[in-house]
Design a protein around this ligand. Structure first.
Ligand SMILES: Cc1cc2nc3c(=O)[nH]c(=O)nc-3n(C[C@H](O)[C@H](O)[C@H](O)COP(=O)(O)OP(=O)(O)OC[C@H]3O[C@@H](n4cnc5c(N)ncnc54)[C@H](O)[C@@H]3O)c2cc1C
Length: 423
């Protein structure tokens, strides 16, 4: 039997209160693009001590990395058990508590949850997991303390699902030694936090003149304001409007070797770093779906009790009852997936087919649940005031971001059947 422990319940209660008092009132201004979400992220990190917890964990990691770098022959391991998950031990590195946190944010604003997850988890996590001690200190530390905001940049105008095969952004080495530096050229699109981010984790082909298919992929950290690096205006979107998104452009951006994450080129193995980050992102999406569905369920149950038509509460009509049962089933199904993902993270169980397939399934259920909730609320469900329409708009992104539903399912299927059998 899966159930939340007392600490997670406490997190749930405190975050719900913060969301209701601090986040919910700002949604109209955030959605209209009148203010950025970043000051609220800082407030949240401070309120819950996330920054301090993450900072302590990241400092331990830096010390461990320095020891390993100083004496590579020793048995000091660069990765230790005390550093928690992708966000460097915020919430004590407890995956279920982090999932509850994301759930609560997503009940009110999946867009806000996404922006925070991209900065802390994706950008911060990539530097934390792959950076040298100096890089972790310079870039991961300010990201996890939310002093700086990060973006994670893979998608290009012509390279979405085929992110590597069609990637045209290149990093041209300035010498044989990575320390000589690189010149980046190209662009990325659909970049969450793009307008306003301070740090950008950017994936680029390392072009040493060999055929495209033999080129490796490098991960670079770029800083706002570097010469030749520009950010486009925020896109107007269907949903996730409280999460600013833009294009970014590299017009011969010259970077020193210290901007190459890990400090060395990994050839084609560099793609694995991206896949690892994508796996982390996909693991977080069911928690967002959980929040969306839970809010749809809670609000719908209350609504069918209160709303009267034909002289009775609409909950008395069987067609409405079926919809409530359907929402409940989706809620418990997604919740169970989140429990399993948290268990996998804690027990270090690697099951990429489950991560991919469950991300797809939970996202689909979130979209269906939000649409069902709109239907239950009738015309009121279509009105901004009732909040469900925002959840419906935001939910759709879960089926697109971090790989589309079809791509996630195909990925899971390939793993299950076995790449070797597929030729
Ligand atoms: C709001 C928002 C925020 C985002 N944030 C980020 C971000 O921060 N960083 C980042 O790097 N990216 C980000 N993305 C990009 C996102 O990851 C991509 O949109 C996604 O990977 C899909 O790529 P695409 O949009 O180019 O679609 P395409 O790849 O062009 O796909 C179009 C359609 O074709 C289907 N398709 C494509 N190939 C196949 C195939 N082989 N088999 C079957 N079907 C296929 C897809 O399933 C889809 O239905 C964001 C996107 C959005 C909308």
């Amino acid at each position: 039997m899966f159930t939340l422990d007392e600490q997670s319940r406490m997190v749930e209660k405190m975050v719900r209160q913060w969301c209701e008092t601090k986040l919910a009132p700002r949604i109209p201004a955030l959605e209209a693009g009148l203010e950025p979400p970043f000051p609220l992220m800082r407030d949240m990190a401070k309120t819950f001590g996330l920054a301090a917890m993450a900072e302590a964990a990241v400092k331990k990691r830096i010390a461990r990395l320095r020891a390993a770098e100083a004496d590579p022959a020793t048995t000091v391991k660069a990765h230790g058990p005390d550093e928690g998950g992708g966000v460097g031990g915020a919430l004590g590195g407890e995956p279920m508590m982090m999932a509850v946190f994301i759930k609560e944010l997503s009940r009110v604003s999946p867009g806000f949850a996404m922006g925070w997850g991209v900065s802390m988890g994706l950008a911060g996590g990539a530097v934390l997991q792959k950076g040298t001690a100096d890089q972790v200190e310079r870039w991961a530390l300010p990201l996890v303390t939310v002093d700086k905001i990060g973006s994670w940049c893979l998608t290009e105008p012509g390279a979405g699902s085929d992110a590597f095969g069609s990637m045209v952004t290149t990093a041209r080495p300035l010498g044989d030694d990575p320390a000589a530096g690189y010149v980046l050229k190209g662009s990325k699109t659909f970049i969450t936090n793009g307008p306003g981010a301070d740090l950008f984790v950017v994936y680029a082909r390392i072009d040493r003149g060999e055929p495209r298919e033999q080129q490796g992929v490098g991960t670079f950290v770029l800083e706002k304001g570097m010469p030749g690096f520009t950010v486009g205006p925020p896109f107007k979107k269907m949903g996730m409007r409280d999460s600013p998104t833009s294009e970014i452009f590299f017009d011969d951006v010259r970077v020193g070797g210290e901007h190459l994450l890990g400090g060395r080129e990994k050839g084609r193995a560099g793609r694995a770093d991206t896949k690892e980050s994508l796996g982390n992102e996909r693991s977080g999406i069911p928690a967002m779906a959980w929040g969306i569905i839970e809010r749809c369920y809670d609000q719908s149950v209350q609504y069918v009790r209160d709303r009267k038509q034909f002289g009775r509460a609409i909950g008395a009509f069987q067609a409405v009852q079926l919809k409530i049962a359907d929402l409940y089933l989706k809620l418990r199904t997604v919740e169970n997936v989140v429990f399993r993902l948290a268990w996998m993270q804690k027990a270090k169980v690697h099951d990429s087919a489950f991560v991919n397939a469950s991300k797809a399934q939970c996202s689909q259920m979130a979209v269906e649940a939000a649409m069902t909730a709109v239907q239950i609320h009738g015309g009121y469900g279509y009105m901004e005031e009732f909040h469900i329409e925002k959840l419906a708009r935001d939910a759709k992104l879960l089926e697109l971001g971090a790989g589309t539903t079809d791509i996630n399912l195909l990925s899971a299927a390939r793993t299950l059947i076995g790449e070797e059998a597929l030729g």
